[in-house]
Design a protein around this ligand. Structure first.
Ligand code: TYM
Length: 356
């Protein structure tokens, strides 16, 4: 079998269309999508089936999916280089989910943090929420993905995927490729305005395409500590500084870190600098978005072409899995194996060409 470094890179990731993308989505995941689209074969999708566990209004879901595609393209996802599609346009994945479900131990799902957190917060759990990681595993395995760029909160789900693929392979032969997560150090866990992980569920987000006045208000309300202004402070671990560092230039970041260490500044100054750096950082994407919004047919054509490419790939993998476990009657009894040259990659914190 090929070694990890000689395996062709097959990148895949998904993102839920549950509202406008926030900085956590961008710096943890989307920025990696864009970076990796030139490094290998890349598949990116809008996870509308996963979103169904929270969005219950059909018209809103349709609008959110369209908006998510506009956002991704505006942020630099290039449909000529990467395959961009909508999860539910590939029904092969839901059949694959069932095959995986039959090898999924309940205990494995019960231990998933995302599920446990929602239950703790009193969110009524349905089977969709509980089995969410199995659908996510099918998403990944259906495309023979080797690398899955994500933020830290998704790593456990990728471990579940590797577990399920391993069990299936053990039972039925070498059907699936084991993927590994890819994280970026500076964006793996972007803090929100309150210092917890940035998340829509915590209502602490800064959104990528937010109205500038609304965003300024949110930034000015970012929580800070109450130490006196003249006291030197450590920029490390300060969430206001971390947010600034994401959108500032290298020189600005260094100058701000010096200011923290010297002391004698007010957090208001940092917040003002953050407002300005954020506006500058996303200005180009904002302008592209305004243009793309005027051409909805173009976005729908991109998604249709992406779905056709994605279905061809997922269909081949589903066929392999069906035959391996005895569902395809009249087919050869020798189950086809995963394509040569794809390695069972090891999990790791960073991947090839990982940034920062
Ligand atoms: P979702 O839609 O919640 O988030 C999309 C991506 O954004 C990352 N992210 C963050 N990264 C850093 N800091 C944060 N504060 C932050 N918040 C979100 C997430 O880690 C993710 O990479 N289950 C997935 C969607 C999915 C998927 C897949 C992903 C479905 N199938 C297959 C990869 C492969 C989710 O809900 O992500």
């Amino acid at each position: 079998m090929a070694t990890e470094s000689s395996a062709p890179l097959r990148v895949l990731s998904g993102i839920q269309p549950t509202g406008r993308f926030h900085w956590g989505n961008y710096f943890g995941a989307i920025r990696q999508y864009i970076e990796l689209q030139s490094a290998g074969d890349a598949y990116y999708f809008i996870a509308d089936l996963h979103a169904l566990t929270t969005v219950r209004e059909p018209a809103r879901l349709r609008a959110l999916v369209h908006d998510a595609a506009v956002d991704l393209v505006a942020l630099g996802l290039d449909p000529d280089r990467a395959t961009l599609f909508v999860q539910s346009d590939v029904p092969e994945v839901t059949e694959l989910t069932w095959l995986l479900m039959t090898v999924t131990p309940m205990g494995l799902l019960e231990r998933c943090h995302a599920y446990k957190d929602k239950k703790t917060r009193g969110v009524a759990a349905d089977a969709g929420l509980f089995t969410y990681p199995v659908l996510m595993s099918a998403d990944i395995l259906a495309y023979d993905a080797t690398v899955v760029p994500v933020g830290e909160d998704q790593v456990q789900h990728i471990e579940v995927c590797r577990d399920l693929a391993g069990t299936f392979n053990h039972l039925y032969g070498d059907v699936f490729i084991l993927p590994r997560p890819r994280l970026v150090e500076a964006g793996a866990r972007v803090p929100g305005t309150d210092g917890q992980k940035m998340s829509k569920s915590y209502d602490n987000t800064l959104d990528v395409f937010e109205d500038p006045a609304a965003q300024k208000k949110k930034i000015m309300r970012i929580t800070t500590d109450s130490r006196p202004m003249d006291q030197p402070k450590d920029p490390l671990g300060d969430h206001l500084f971390d947010l600034f560092a994401l959108v500032a230039t290298d020189e600005e970041r260094e100058a701000m870190a010096d200011l923290y260490r010297r002391g004698g500044f007010g957090y208001g100054e940092v917040k003002k600098a953050l407002v300005e750096a954020a506006a500058r950082f996303f200005a180009g994407a904002r302008a592209r978005r305004a243009e793309l919004e005027r051409d909805p047919a173009r976005i729908e054509a991109i998604l249709a072409a992406g779905a056709a490419r994605a279905r061809a790939q997922a269909g081949a993998v589903l066929d392999r899995a069906r035959r391996a476990c005895g569902l395809a009657r009249g087919a050869s009894t020798a189950p086809p194996t995963a394509p040569r040259g794809h390695a069972a990659a090891q999990p790791g914190r960073t991947g090839p060409g990982a940034t920062r």
